[in-house]
Design a protein around this ligand. Structure first.
Ligand code: NI
Length: 260
């Protein structure tokens, strides 16, 4: 990836570079020559400097522009995560997956155990296309209101069903209502993933409102809560992707944001 930066160092700096390139001290060069030299430098499009690829060019004011390439991919992008709870839905989840695939976007799906049967192909596709699959309990319960045994049953039964399809262990849980019992110890450790932007998509079912809410509030590293059970959510989510990709945001799976 490439990122533009600007060196506001003006002619003095350009002169230093030119002199350095000429191999030593010399009389200060007149501006016309410096401008020419700066443009010549611009034509030296790829330099290697401190391990990073740097390109220069000059703007009208004589300031030198540079851009860095060859840096670690994604190191300078603003990351955000779309998360979808309560699915999979027999129709809307597939529409969403189609739209995400077209845009090369990875999302996170927290599935309900009770919604898995008969929708195995959708879940297989999620895994195949690089989405993160998490647990949202079996019957959408508030696990803090259950006994330890019941709570673990809710979680383990759901994870088991997902793993039977994907072959991957389930490591993350979004506890329904955001209620998580930190002391809960089932047979496997689960990491809870909460959210920072609640779209309230399930109450409004209003595509425009969902889009507005997200694009006006979004900040780097936000985790957005949505539900892939509604046509309005699918349409809003894809519009959000288009708008925010254009602003330079990168959509990642939620584990990337909580582990940093
Ligand atoms: Ni839910």
């Amino acid at each position: 990836m490439w990122k533009w930066g600007k060196l506001e160092l003006g002619w003095g700096f350009a002169a230093l570079i030119v002199l350095a390139l000429l191999g030593g001290a010399g009389p200060a060069l007149p501006p016309v020559l410096l401008a020419a030299a700066c443009h010549e430098l611009g034509h030296l499009s790829a330099l290697w400097l401190a391990g990073a690829r740097v390109e220069f060019h000059c703007d009208q004011t004589g300031s030198m522009m540079f851009r860095l390439g060859g840096v670690e991919p994604g190191a300078e992008t603003k990351k955000i995560a779309l998360t979808f709870d309560d699915g999979p839905h027999p129709r809307y989840t597939e529409e969403l997956l189609d739209g995400l695939a077209e845009r090369d976007v990875k999302a996170t799906f927290f599935l309900l155990g009770q919604n898995i049967e008969g929708r195995e192909e959708i879940i297989e596709r999620m895994a195949r296309e690089g989405h993160l699959i998490g647990n949202h309990t079996y019957y959408h319960v508030d696990i803090t209101r259950l006994s330890q045994r019941e709570a673990c049953r809710e979680i383990l039964d759901t994870s088991e069903k997902i793993t039977a399809i994907t072959g991957q262990p389930v490591e993350y849980i979004r506890p329904p209502f955001g209620n998580w019992d930190k002391e809960l110890e089932c047979e496997v450790m689960m990491l809870p993933i909460f959210w920072s932007v609640d779209t309230l998509d399930w109450t409004t079912k209003n595509e425009d409102q969902i889009v507005q809410k997200v694009v006006t509030k979004i900040e780097e590293n936000d985790i957005i809560l949505m539900h892939d059970s509604y046509d309005s959510t699918v349409k809003a989510a894809l519009r959000i992707v288009d708008l925010l990709q254009a602003e330079g945001y990168e959509f990642v799976t939620a584990d990337e944001l909580i582990l940093e």
